[in-house]
Each structure stands twice: as C-alpha cells, then as structure tokens.
Design a protein around this ligand. Sequence first.
Ligand code: PLP
Length: 394
Amino acid sequence: MSSDQLLNRAFELDSADPLAHWRDRFVIDDPDLSYLDGNSLGMLPRSTVHRIHEVMNDEWGLGLIRSWQKWLNLPLVVGNELAPLLGADDGEVVVHDSTSINLHQLLHAAVRLRPGRTAIAVDAYEFPTDRYAVEAVAREHGLDVISPPAGQRLDEIPLDECAVIVRSLIDYRTAEIADLVGFTLRAHEAGALVIWDLSHAVGAIELDLHAADVDMAIGCTYKYLNGGPGAPAFSYVRSNLISDIDQPIRGWFGQDDQFAMDSAWSPKPGIGRLMIGTPSILALEAARCGIELSSEAGMPAIAAKGRALTDFAHECCDELRLDSVSPRDAYIRGSHIAIRHSDAKEITQRLERDYSVIADYRDPDLIRLGCSPLTTRYGDVARATIHLASMVRQ
Ligand SMILES: Cc1ncc(COP(=O)(O)O)c(C=O)c1O
C-alpha cells in the first residue's frame, strides 16, 4: 500500500469510528498536531477546565475552610468512582499521592504480611521507580531482591522465597500484557503476594482485579485516564486484606478519628488507612474529570478502539517496513506500539520539529506511539508512521 492508500484507509477508519466524537470533549488547539504521547500525559478534558475553575471559585474562593467538609473524603469518593474501571468494589480503591509513594507504602505493608520470607522479586527491566522501590524496601527489611536472569521472565523463576512480587501488567516499553490471572495464581501457590503496577493499563484495557484475585495494585491517573500532570495515583487492596494492612507511612488522614488530636495512632477501618496527609484537592478533581470521561465512554469500547488503533499501527509498520517490537496479538498488547531504530531519539525529535507529530523516545532505541482511544485518530497513526518511514530511509 502506498502512503496515500494508508492515509485513505485511515480516513475510512476515522469516519467509521464510534468514538471519534470524543475528541470534541478535549481541548484541542491545533487539529493538525498528531499527539501520540497520551501514554505519558493524556490530553486535557474540557470538563476539567470548567471543574477546576468551579472548585477554585466556589469551593476554595467562597467556601474557604468550610469546603473541607466535602474535601476530606475526596480520595475515597474518587477511589469509588475509579473502582469499576479496575473491576474492584466500593471501598477497595483510594486515590492519593504518587504511584511511587503508593508503591513504597504497599510494598512495606505486603512484606509485613509475609513474615519469614526472604526476598522481593522484580524484573530487571521493570520501570525504574518500581525497581528502586523494591531495592529500598528490601534493604530496610533485610531481604534479597530476586530478578530473572537475562532472557528469562518472572513467570519462569521460583517464587517460594518471595514475600511479594512487583510487576507491571503492561510493559512500558513493548506494551506486552502479562498474564494477570496466571501469574497471580502462581504467586499465591508459592505463598507470595503480588503488587501489580497498572499505570499503562488503567483506562486502556478492561480490568477485572476481582476475577484475577489480585492482592494489591497501584497506578497513574495522568496517562490514559487524562487526569492531568502530577494527578494523584491510586492504590487498590482486596477487601479481605485491608484490615491486616499495617500502614507504614502514618499521617493524620489515615487516622480513624482524624480530629481527636491527642489520640495514639489508630488507623481507619477501611482503605482510607492508606491516606497520609492533606490531599491535593485541585489535582484530585482533575483526576476525577478524566475518570468520569472513561467511565462514560465505557471500557469495552475504549479497549476495542485501542486494539483497533494498534492493529492499524502494525498494518502501517508492515507496509512501511518499520520494526515494531510490540506483540502482534492485540489481546496481549496494551494501547501503544514501540518501533525499534538505532536513531530513535533523533527521529522522535524530528517527528515533532518537522512534522508536528509528538511521540516519545525510550532509551536506548525505541520510539513509542501511544494510541489513546478517546483522542487518537487513525490518521494520526498513519501520518506518524509515514513520516517515520521517510526519515528511516533517508
Ligand atoms: C509503569 C510506571 N510505574 C510507575 C510510574 C511512576 O509514577 P509516578 O511518577 O507518578 O510516581 C510510571 C510513570 O510513568 C510508570 O510508567
């Protein structure tokens, strides 16, 4: 297929796309920009602009301190709004702090739930924050860090010594989806807990944490959920584990009676025990708007478009002879694809400078094309790959 034929095909797909109108719900200043980095920072929903203005004006400006009556439990309220997107129940999710902080917190808690175990496992190619958190928590508890040797996966190593394993559901480089059900089961059979990092999965694919018997999970809201830069992350703990969680980062928001100022530490009975200090209300409201949009569009439709966009991206790669390292099977692939090239960094920079295509680069040789189902057009994917191919051939 020629470039023109690919563009025509993209035009047909965009015309038939049942989610195409969702772009109108976002702030789009330059319709000619192909934004393929929503897997790092999702676009700004129009409702967020309105909501933040409203919260600043009415709740902060006019309500002042009185507004804390409705703000105090906002991390739990937003957690309950997010829960259906995770396949979780009310009272199992709280939105607070960053993914990195939440991971440290749950790692400590998980280790305390498995006394006598000697290790924590994490893949050597895992996202940096996850590896750093594992190393730091292991050091504090006097545990070893286990990683599979090169060429092997966590699925292949023994887990009998492990208190907990940290694993991304979707690989941030290749977009490969791990076996949520199978790996969780294997860890449980070995007596270990798993903390799943859902940063690249939430808002991109359908999740059913209950069906998979997931213990704990964390993840970002600023990627596919369009929650905004630095939007708070979420923590999930399965309901029957919550009361056993010994919260390691204690703060007054996790205290049962927060305003009994002289009380000794006594954690909230539910998932609220993971709250630490004063939440960032503006950021939480922004995250909430993004969560509302994904809930309204529905995860089945969003996930289906993610598969279709990335299938089309592979069709373009094949026609243009680009080397994607992402899985071909859409059901084991998240919502981005990664193209390998030795000049990946320079190509990514030139895509933006010369062709108005924003993609991203991951060290050492990957160009990631993020396909956010609510905002990415098939035309964006066609344009990005055509320009990319033209540079590769120069
Ligand atoms: C897979 C994964 N885990 C963790 C993080 C870190 O999140 P934060 O910077 O919000 O702590 C990121 C950030 O991009 C990520 O992609």
